[in-house]
Design a binder for this molecule. Structure first.
Ligand SMILES: Cc1ncc(COP(=O)(O)O)c(C=O)c1O
Length: 406
């Protein structure tokens, strides 16, 4: 009925990449297959006990059950600012430069709603975490993409980045208003350093655009690498905001807690639009999140170490199984080129065959954008035994591909 009634926003949205993979996975499981699941960036661990205890304690109290504060209770915003001070030596004002969000995804979507005029141009490197582009498309913006260049150690090629960014600025009318950056990067695991942000902030001031940085994987860095923040650059607050999430560092993905800090104009816009859209997280969740950020941080070290071990087991055992790949120095993923014997299949067909032939779920790289074709993203959310089992399955599958070519 009412076929003539269309929803333009919905029509412009493709099926969510993870939903497509999930459908395939579900039908395989229904058919009785034990699928080893590396597809979503959904942490498999439990939230640290002291954070759960604080949630329970707060939920037992009177006065914590009503509507909360949409921009986050003051104590949480203060904890957010203290986290930045401790980790990066950056001073922020909890009233005007910080806002708590219902996970960083919600914050990202609503920030885009708040700051996008129809036709605004936004630059998002390709491939990308899908919402980095689609939040702006949903809000009526035009997204310009360019391929992210990096070396085999997953380090950003800064020179190419700025060459391509400057080309977009030369050729785009109107000029881009926002540039989205996300290092350590999902899905490619690419990392960068403070000098990159220095150049980006200087360029933003020259060309008059805002930078939206996402450091969701800030704490999941290994081998001595430390994730930089854009705010380590003097004056970055004039042109930038930065997102962080408790989902990964504290195994709190289901709790939906993230935050945005930085530029007052952008933070203020998000605070204002959120006051129309929501009443904030359940107060006990906010109280427990305050403890997560302010309390003992050994749990973060343990979570980081768990991912590092899995990364090592995965890369080493998959290499031995005949699938060459390098160890990334950050994130909870491995971004792997399709092995030579399967390259003709492309990302989607290879992912499908991994599911049906090796009982392994991964995310096809092209789901993150055209530049992801030829790759798959492997999330480190299965334990070491399951990873070793996956390597055995892959060895068998790759051998069968080789045999079929003979
Ligand atoms: C780069 C990046 N940003 C943001 C998010 C969303 O995190 P949250 O759980 O805070 O919404 C993710 C989730 O995978 C991510 O990879």
């Amino acid at each position: 009925m009412f076929d003539e009634i269309r929803f333009n926003t919905i029509d412009r949205l493709p099926g969510y990449v993870f939903a497509q993979i999930n459908d395939l996975k579900l039908s395989a499981r229904r058919a009785g297959d034990d699928i080893i699941d590396f597809s979503m960036g959904n942490p498999d661990g439990k939230t640290p006990q002291h954070i759960i205890d604080k949630l329970v304690e707060s939920a037992q109290k009177d006065g914590t059950h009503g509507y909360s504060v949409s921009k986050g209770i003051y104590k949480l915003r203060l904890a957010i600012c203290n986290w930045y001070l401790r980790k990066y030596g950056v001073t922020l004002d909890p009233n005007t430069e910080a806002v708590a969000t219902l996970g960083s995804k919600e914050g990202f979507v609503h920030l885009a709603q708040a700051i996008t005029n129809p036709g605004d141009v936004v630059v998002v490197p390709d491939p990308a975490y899908p919402i980095h582009a689609y939040a702006f498309m949903i809000a009526g913006g035009n997204v310009h993409k360019f391929g992210l260049d990096y070396n085999e150690k997953y380090e950003l090629d800064k020179e190419q980045f700025f060459l391509k960014l400057k080309k977009v600025f030369r050729e785009s009318a109107p000029k881009p208003k926002y540039v989205v950056v996300n290092f350590p990067h999902n899905p490619t695991c690419v990392t960068t350093d403070v000098s990159f942000y220095e150049e980006l902030v200087a360029y933003a001031k020259e060309e008059r655009f805002y930078i939206i940085s996402d450091i969701a994987y800030a704490d999941l860095s290994f081998d001595g690498y430390e994730t930089p923040s854009i705010f380590q650059v003097e004056g970055a607050k004039d042109v930038a905001v930065e997102f962080y999430t408790l989902s990964k560092s504290y195994n709190m993905a289901g709790w939906r807690v993230g935050f945005v800090v930085g530029n007052k104009k952008l933070v203020g816009a998000l605070q204002k639009i959120k006051s129309w859209f929501d009443y904030g997280m359940f107060t006990p969740i906010q109280v427990a999140s305050t403890i997560a950020l302010d309390g003992p941080q050994e749990c973060v070290d343990e979570i980081r170490e768990k991912y590092r071990k899995r990364r090592d087991v995965l890369v080493e055992s998959f290499n031995n199984a005949g699938w060459p790949m390098e160890k990334p120095r950050s994130t909870m993923f491995v971004w792997a080129k399709i092995p030579p014997v399967a390259q003709h299949l492309g990302s989607m067909e290879f992912s499908k065959q991994l599911l049906t032939e090796a009982k392994i779920a991964v995310s096809p790289g092209n789901g993150f954008g055209e530049a992801g074709e030829g790759y798959v993203r492997i999330a480190l959310i299965e334990n070491e035994n399951r990873i070793r089992q996956a390597a055995r399955n892959i060895k068998r599958y790759l051998k069968s591909l080789e045999d079929s070519k003979k």
